[in-house]
Write a protein that binds this ligand. Structure first.
Ligand code: FES
Ligand SMILES: [Fe+2]
Length: 346
């Protein structure tokens, strides 16, 4: 039984940071339900390839070595280049042209290493934009990062953005935010909302503008307390788990120290929100036909947009997709509700 009706979406996804891939050290990765190897060649280019050597299946990320612009298998010394072609068999005159390693397109941009995943190996359908705030922008702070591994699929977590009402009830915002604009255009979607943020100095009016480039990348602007931009990346580990990486930069206000302090407080607030979302995401059922209220966000439009990223069939055998029964997680219920229930009974 599948956790979700959805297969793994295609798109550009973050697989790490530039420093995760030093020259000459192949690294095993597991994303998109596949064993992969990532390696940086001596010219500085990063490659992401299927992990298993086509000769007899050794994992190139466990003991493989980089020689120039080739990766060498630890098992029998065969070499492959960044396109996946076999370039040398040390104990044979000829190479093996059929021995090709599946290779994912890679981009290093905005301080991230991204790979294009498509289940049938189709080439990229769009590009990843350069985001000026993530280059050497004079008005923006250095980056602050957070990351999470979550037992939920991309679509379920991403739907959180259009779910305006949950901010009030899960995140305790002062009111239900107002989604003033939500439009989709091809692989992009654009949302603007206004929100009341609780701050130590009282409730402040703020805005959240979120622009998505396919399922893997969203650029989220927060304005109000401190201008903040979050390059938010979600990468499927498989069809039911994801890595989330947030990259925050702040418009510098006065001195570096003030910016960092206010920035850190802001990151802590977003971090708190993810921790509040997490038990809902991990334990909720996916409902194919949710019962919605008049003022709920644009769920239908979001789901229509999301559906374009599935090349493989979407399950249609059920209307309700519950999680598995996780016996070891029965104590995960949020502390606040457990505590108040206990106190109430005393
Ligand atoms: S398994 Fe890679 S060279 Fe033999
Ligand atoms: Fe949330």
């Amino acid at each position: 039984m599948h956790r979700y009706p959805f297969p793994i979406p295609f798109g550009w996804f973050q697989v790490g940071y530039p420093e995760d891939f030093p020259i000459g050290q192949p690294k095993p990765l597991y994303y998109f339900g596949r064993h992969l190897v990532a390696w940086r060649d001596e010219s500085g280019e990063v490659h992401v390839q299927a992990a298993f050597c086509p000769h007899l299946g050794a994992h190139l990320g466990h003991g493989g070595t980089v020689e120039g612009c080739e990766i060498k298998c630890p098992f029998h010394g065969w070499k492959f280049d960044g396109t996946g072609a076999n370039t040398e068999i040390p104990y044979s005159e000829r190479t093996n042209r059929k021995a090709r390693i599946e290779t994912l397109p890679v981009l290093e941009r905005n301080g991230l290493v991204m790979a294009w995943y498509h289940p049938y190996g189709e080439p990229p359908r769009w590009d990843v934009p350069e985001i000026p705030e993530f280059g050497d922008h004079p008005d923006f702070s250095t980056v602050l990062r957070t990351d999470y591994r979550i037992d939920a699929c991309w679509q379920e977590m991403s739907e959180n953005g259009v779910d305006s009402a949950h901010f009030r009830y899960v995140h305790n915002t002062a009111s239900v935010p107002d989604i003033v604009h939500y439009e989709t255009d091809g692989h992009e979607s654009d949302m603007r909302s206004s929100q009341k943020f609780p701050t130590p100095r009282g409730v402040m009016e703020g805005r959240i503008d979120s622009h998505s480039y396919g399922p893997g990348i969203s650029l989220v602007w927060f304005t109000g307390i401190i201008d903040t931009v979050n390059l938010a990346c979600t990468t499927p580990i498989d069809a039911a788990r994801c890595d989330i990486r947030f990259n925050f930069r702040f418009r510098t206000m006065g001195d570096e120290k003030t910016t960092t302090n206010v920035g850190r407080a802001f990151v802590a607030e977003v971090d708190k929100q993810v921790r509040e979302d997490r038990p809902i995401w991990e334990h909720k059922a996916h409902l194919v036909r949710p019962a919605l209220a008049d003022n709920d966000g644009p769920f239908t439009k979001f789901r229509r947009w999301a559906s374009q990223f599935y090349a493989e069939p979407v399950g249609d055998e059920r209307l309700v997709y519950p999680p598995p029964y996780w016996e070891d997680r029965m104590d995960d219920a949020p502390a606040k509700s457990t505590a108040s229930a206990r106190h109430g009974g005393e």
